[in-house]
Design a protein around this ligand. Structure first.
Ligand SMILES: *[C@@H]1O[C@H](CO)[C@@H](O)[C@H](O)[C@H]1NC(C)=O
Length: 274
């Protein structure tokens, strides 16, 4: 009986994997080499990168910019730990990734966005694209430049046609979802006034809660992220004018001031939040 049941579940799992596999398609990486001269670089100094699938048909002037997630690094040791992996260096990123879900090009899987220009921006700064420290520590060669990376990537996409966008969505998951919230109005401001702009954060509304031991762990952690990356000047001024910069990394203290339409999805059973 147990065997029959696990066999049953295995076949369902196999079927689900086949579905996922057929849904996804590989998209080549693009390095934003011109960003390096602007100091807009990953933690290790390598150029930022994204994957882009061109829009077609009625979606040709619509743009979905999706930001990859991957946690944060809060000090030189944790940033050093990711400097030489894909979350800190475009040299370590795979050349192709599979687009699926909101990035799928199949109408039946992705009815709203399948024919849009779809971009997945690779995460390689460790601070949800908020950092900007001019000085590079010669010992570690760490670059805290996430905010410059965000700007350089958007400028590159503008040159590739996003300047003519009829609709544009900034989205992201996890730390990338937080990016979509923190940068929502900035993204809006970079696009023409005629473009309809919206932001969408999936599992990116991180709350300021005490952990199971009762410690304000995440609050201290975010304060360190903001201090290490020099993020304060790139957080919402409406928040930093009255609260400590570390708090302004939490959507709950700044999202009310966002003027661009913002959509939030956070699962009730998100294990990280729980
Ligand atoms: C860096 O942050 C990590 C994670 O919060 C912590 O365990 C470690 O002690 C910190 N290191 C330094 C040098 O502050």
């Amino acid at each position: 009986m147990a065997n029959a049941r696990s066999g049953h579940w295995l076949s369902i799992l196999a079927f689900a994997l086949i579905l996922l596999k057929t849904e996804g398609f590989n998209v080549e990486i693009t390095y934003v080499v011109s960003a390096v001269a602007k100091g807009a670089v990953c933690l290790d100094g390598s150029p930022p990168a994204y994957h882009m699938d061109k829009g077609f048909g009625a979606g040709i002037n619509n743009w979905l910019v999706h930001i990859e997630g991957g946690g944060w690094c809060n000090n030189a040791s944790t940033c050093l730990a990711r400097r030489d992996n894909r979350l800190g260096s475009s040299k370590q990123m795979v050349k192709q990734i599979a687009f699926s879900g909101i990035l799928s090009n199949k109408q039946k899987f992705n009815p709203d966005f399948y024919n849009w220009n779809k971009i997945k921006v690779r995460y390689c700064d460790g601070a949800s694209f908020t950092g900007d420290v001019e000085a590079v520590d010669p010992k570690t060669n760490l670059h805290y430049r996430g905010a410059r990376v965000f700007l350089a990537v958007i400028e590159d996409l503008m040159a590739k046609g996003m300047k003519n966008a009829a609709n544009a969505v900034l989205s992201g998951c996890s730390a990338g979802g937080l990016t979509a919230i923190l940068h929502c109005d900035k993204f809006r401001a970079l696009l023409p006034v005629s473009t309809k702009v919206k932001c969408f954060a999936d599992a990116g509304y991180f709350i300021n809660a005490k952990d199971v031991s009762g410690a304000a762990h995440i609050e201290g952690f975010y304060s360190e992220v903001v201090a290490t990356h020099g993020s304060a000047k790139n957080l919402a001024p409406s928040c930093t004018s009255s609260l400590r910069p570390g708090l302004c990394f939490f959507p709950q203290y700044m999202a009310q001031q966002i003027r661009t339409p913002l959509f939030i999805i956070n699962a009730a059973y998100d294990s990280w939040q729980v």
